[in-house]
Write a protein that binds this ligand. Structure first.
Ligand code: UD1
Ligand code: CA
Length: 520
């Protein structure tokens, strides 16, 4: 990281972003689980500046609300109706100075002559809300380069194949020093040949910037106050302009439309996936693996193809996730396995197994060595250590103890049509297959329930809850009621050859059941 602590980082986010064709302001679109302005804010925070200021105007309320949410310490500066990046910086700097003076006043330290001294001094980083690949490392290198050059302004530049649309860096033919930046629309054919472009990211000495932005005019092709004009002005005033060429031109690209949004999203993902691989994570197929910026992975995690890890997901060492799994804000414990699963806001403890085809909704907590199996949906449910819900179940609003088994196709009936209710199941319980557990219900430690039971009353510890009625067998029903069907002919065949596939015992039982039927 840089050895310079900037006085401020200023993020420009007042532009309209019309090419997105969106009701959502451009800087609020996201890649890697963060808004574009969120990426700028997090790079800014890593530089540990004294202040962060975001300049806003277009869709002001939406943008401001988002920034207040994700970066409550950032200042907001409103750009007035004068257009252009130069005006944006003027407004941002005024807000910084006002705040600095207010802070001095609040500290009781202000006298008549001290106002000038309390204005912001030192290095000011200016960046955009739409350049999500610019990270703190690059900004730090820019700061160091600025300090080494003793410059009044340092601009981050890049050499690109197609410079169309960008401001061009005009250098002195003899000294190679930066002389000025000319916008594409204002450029002559000669200048348009230059392939070194302005990234729109700069370091300014605060005093030089303050002096220069006050002198900007709108005398250009777009009728805007251009921030790049500060370079020529600063030089005129005796300051030095310096350029730092980005080692990777792709890293300074901005988002203007949704094509670039996807391209930069892909590029950022590649960067994140590569970083984790270097940290010891096995990623079998980087091309189909998507990892958000805030996800944390431990060494020896294995990610199988088609996996998306979102939000604040954390995966501990030795766990295997995927294939075809999407986790948002999920914690996965060491050694756990999560296969073909969709999960959010859940916790999976160590050595547990989930999937395939499981749906973990918010509030699921699966204990160590527990299991949530195929076609199981869970919500607001804690399933204790070593407990299993292996097949075809819904577990909603429940607490299940340890070493308990929930039989296949069991439904926790948590909703009475108006209110949700909770169920509490103890340790070492055996819930039979195909149960409906009507909440609120408590099943005590070591209790059993029979297959197919509808459990409406609490089952005390060690008891058996069952309520299925005796099975009826109505002999000849199909031959009589469904004549002419394939079932009827199959039955007819079997009965004719006296080969109904039943054992002697089963025949005797059938005879008994038929008698019972006759009695009722
Ligand atoms: C700007 C530069 C250009 C550079 C390019 C890099 C100027 C005049 N030109 O052009 O040299 O090559 O960036 O991408 O600066 N903004 C405001 N207020 C405004 C206008 C813009 O805050 O009145 C913000 C935008 O939200 C955006 C940033 O400033 O974050 C850049 O604005 P944009 O309109 O994209 O500038 P470009 O025309 O791309
Ligand atoms: Ca731009």
């Amino acid at each position: 990281m840089s050895r310079i602590r900037p006085a401020a980082v200023m993020i420009l986010a007042a532009g309209a972003g019309t090419r997105m064709k969106s009701a959502t302001p451009k800087v609020l679109h996201s890649i890697a689980g963060r808004s574009l302005v969120g990426h700028a804010l997090s790079a800014a925070a890593e530089l540990d500046p004294e202040r962060i200021v975001v300049v806003v105007r277009h869709e002001r309320e939406q943008v401001a609300e988002h920034i207040t949410q994700i970066a409550p310490h950032a200042l907001l500066a409103d750009q007035d109706e004068i257009p252009g990046t130069g005006r944006a910086v003027y407004c941002g700097l005024s807000a910084l100075d006002t705040t600095a003076i207010a802070a001095q006043v609040a500290a009781g330290a202000v006298g008549d002559t001290s106002v000038l001294e309390t204005q912001v001094e030192g290095a000011i980083v200016v960046t955009s809300g739409d350049v999500p690949l610019v990270d703190a490392e690059l900004l730090g290198a820019l700061l160091d380069s600025h300090a080494d050059a003793g410059a009044a302004v340092t601009v981050l530049t890049a050499r690109v194949e197609d410079p169309t649309g960008y401001g061009r860096i005009v250098r002195d033919a003899g000294t190679d020093e930066v002389v000025e930046i000319v916008e594409h629309k204002d450029a002559s054919d000669d200048v348009r040949e230059i392939d070194e472009i302005n990234s729109g990211i700069y370091i300014f000495d605060a005093a030089a910037l303050r002096g220069a932005v006050a002198q900007l005019d709108q005398d250009n092709a777009q009728g805007e106050m251009y921030l790049p004009d500060v370079i020529a002005i600063a030089r005129r005033e005796g300051g030095r302009a310096h350029a730092f060429v980005a080692p990777d031109a792709g890293a300074v690209e901005g988002v203007n439309d949704r094509v670039q949004l996807a391209q930069l999203g892909r590029a950022l993902n590649d960067r994140i996936v590569e970083r984790w691989m270097r940290e010891g994570v096995t990623v079998v197929d980087p091309a189909t693996t998507w990892i958000d910026a805030d996800v944390e992975l431990a060494p020896d995690v294995t990610i199988l193809p088609g996996t998306q890890l979102h939000g604040a997901t954390q995966i501990a060492s030795g766990a295997t996730v995927g294939p075809d799994t999407t986790l948002t804000d999920v914690q996965v414990g060491a050694g756990a396995t999560v296969t073909r699963t969709h999960g959010s806001a859940s916790v999976i403890d160590e050595d547990a197994t989930v999937g395939p085809f499981s749906y973990l909704r918010p509030g699921t907590h699966l204990g160590a060595s527990g299991k949530i199996g195929a076609f199981v949906e869970t919500k607001n449910a804690s399933i204790g250590d070593h407990s299993k819900v292996p097949h075809l179940s819904y577990v909603g609003d429940a607490s299940i103890g340890r070493y308990t088994n929930i039989g296949a196709a069991t439904i926790f009936v948590n909703f009475d049509g108006v209110t949700k209710h909770r169920s509490t199941i103890g340790d070492h319980v055996r819930v039979g297959s195909d149960n409906s557990l009507i909440a609120p219900i408590t099943i005590g430690d070591g209790a059993y329930t029979g297959a197919g039971a509808v459990i409406r009353r609490d089952v005390p510890p060690g008891a058996l809850g069952r309520n299925s009625s005796p099975q009826q067998v109505v002999e000849g029903w199909v031959l009589e009621r469904r004549p002419g069907t394939p079932s009827a002919s199959a039955a007819h065949e079997a009965l004719r050859s006296n080969d109904d596939g039943l054992s002697e015992g089963a025949r005797a039982e059938r005879a008994a059941a038929t008698e019972t039927e006759g009695e009722s």
